[in-house]
Design a protein around this ligand. Structure first.
Ligand code: F0G
Length: 458
């Protein structure tokens, strides 16, 4: 059998992209304050900024849009989504939200009291920010292997179970709002969490009476990794693995812009009825009526179809094959990437690539800027720009353990030759790395600063 499976689809509609010249790219960078979030997307040749909302919908999803019921309350679209939600997640209650962070906001607003901790393997930045915004303390307790880029542990997203137990005991259960886990672990390389670990995490949270919520953005990719790598799961379907995953938790937040392959959407789901009633009131206040939650009826239909498509095995094999391909080609070119490759993205160890740039001068951001300058490629820093922050008790700057650059692959969008171009560009950068210098802030907001910060070269 071929090592990498080709796309299990053919292309019916195309969107032109163009590579503007080097001088124009340099001008664009300067205008954007060396923050690629500030670029005009049409000036980007290959956009690996995110896999969020950037996927290509299928003909079935486009067709479903036409069926959208735009009734304010009780739309058919809602009931179609509810049926899929029930089948896949099994949670008693759910509400659509316009995206993942809206679900995180509602959950944090209801459960987090100032000073309380929220443990997880690793929180994504929006989750972290939503907890912080309520005065809470997001805490990351992923296994140590997650911080060793070359370690090929099959489930590097796993929670460190001893750390979790000790943490809950040391902080006191009354100082913890609820427990989370992120699948796959985006902030730690898109690495999966095993079912064994999910089961144990669930048992620990429940032993202490803590509600357990899954950040389920990439639950289908996580399920596929479980099928491939965990003993006892090879013969289960992805749907069965997803069902088992959700059965361990009391609820979930999800950005449907990932594994449900829609351009906008998300949900908050749970089993607790009282919590649901409060959440529904928050939803009405902030998002919309509970049967549409800030989305159009057609968005709910696209989500319902996408949730099922995301579980398709031929699709997942191609998808995870694409990240594995990119990762292997980069390794062959001598570029250190987090191993094994993640589900939705390949993470370059920018700290390792640019040892001459100190963490305070953002080696990851320097690589992001250089990729755009050289090749019109847009990627995202997942390092000190995103995560360095002063300790709330001591005020001392806390740097993340790794300075990464994420190449996120939109779903069903780019082909292998796009990925080859990306590899060639990175190989060129690596061959004259000494010429690349660091950056410093000229503007940085307090929360989620990577989106709007501005820089200048050091
Ligand atoms: N949780 C995880 C693990 C995520 O990756 C994201 C989004 C969110 C929550 C928030 O969802 O964007 O719909 O509000 N991640 C995107 C990314 C932005 O590029 O990784 P959202």
């Amino acid at each position: 059998m071929a090592k990498y499976l080709p796309e299990p689809f053919r292309i019916k509609m195309v969107e032109p992209i163009r590579l503007i010249d080097m001088q124009s790219r340099e001008d664009a960078l300067r205008t954007a304050g060396y923050n690629v979030f500030g670029l005009h997307a049409e000036d980007v040749f290959i956009d690996l900024l995110t896999d969020s909302g950037t996927g290509a919908m299928s003909q079935h999803q486009w067709a479903a849009l036409m069926e959208g019921d735009e009734s304010y309350a009780g739309a058919r679209s809602y009931y179609r989504l509810a049926e899929v939600m029930q089948e896949i997640t099994g949670f008693r209650f759910f509400m659509p939200t316009h995206q993942g962070r809206a679900a995180e906001n509602i959950l944090s607003a209801l459960l987090v009291k100032p000073g309380q901790y929220v443990p997880s393997n690793m929180h994504f930045d929006t989750t972290e920010a939503n907890i912080l915004a309520r005065g809470g303390r997001p805490t990351n307790l992923v296994i140590e292997e997650a911080f060793e880029p070359a370690n090929r542990h099959p489930f590097k997203g796993n929670m460190d179970l001893d750390k979790l137990r000790h943490f809950i005991q040391a902080m006191g259960v009354e100082n913890i709002s609820f427990g989370m886990i992120t699948i796959t672990n985006n902030a730690g390389g898109g690495q999966p969490v095993s079912m064994e670990n999910l089961r144990a995490v669930s048992a620990i949270y429940h032993e202490f009476g803590l509600p357990f919520f899954i950040d389920a953005c990439r639950f289908a990719e996580n399920s596929f990794f479980i099928k491939q790598r965990e003993p006892g799961y090879a013969h289960k379907t992805i749907l069965e693995i997803a069902q088992e995953t959700f059965s361990l938790a009391d609820g979930a937040t999800m950005s449907a812009k990932k594994d449900a392959i829609v351009n906008i959407g998300g949900f908050l789901a749970m089993n607790d009825e009282a919590l649901f009633q409060n959440a529904r009131n928050e939803l009405i206040l902030r998002e919309g009526f509970p049967t549409y939650g800030g989305l159009a009826g057609r968005d709910l239909d696209a989500m319902a179809v996408g949730l099922r498509e995301g579980l398709d095995e031929a699709y997942l094999a191609y998808r995870l094959g694409q990240t594995a391909y990119l990762s292997e080609r980069l390794l062959e070119s001598g570029i250190s990437v987090i191993q094994p490759s993640g589900g939705h993205a390949v993470y370059i160890d920018a700290g390792g690539l640019f040892p001459h740039i100190p963490q305070g001068e953002f080696p990851g951001q320097a690589l992001v800027v250089e990729m755009y300058r050289r090749g019109g490629i847009r990627a995202v820093e997942i390092g000190s720009v995103m995560f360095a922050h002063p300790d709330p008790d001591t005020g001392e700057m806390q740097y993340p353990k790794l300075e990464l650059v994420r190449l996120a692959l939109p779903r069903r969008v780019y082909t292998q030759s796009h990925l080859d171009y990306v590899t060639d560009t990175l190989a060129e950068i690596a061959s004259d790395r000494e010429q690349v210098s660091g950056l410093r802030f000229t503007y940085a907001p307090e929360l989620l600063r990577h989106f709007t910060a501005r820089f200048e070269p050091v």
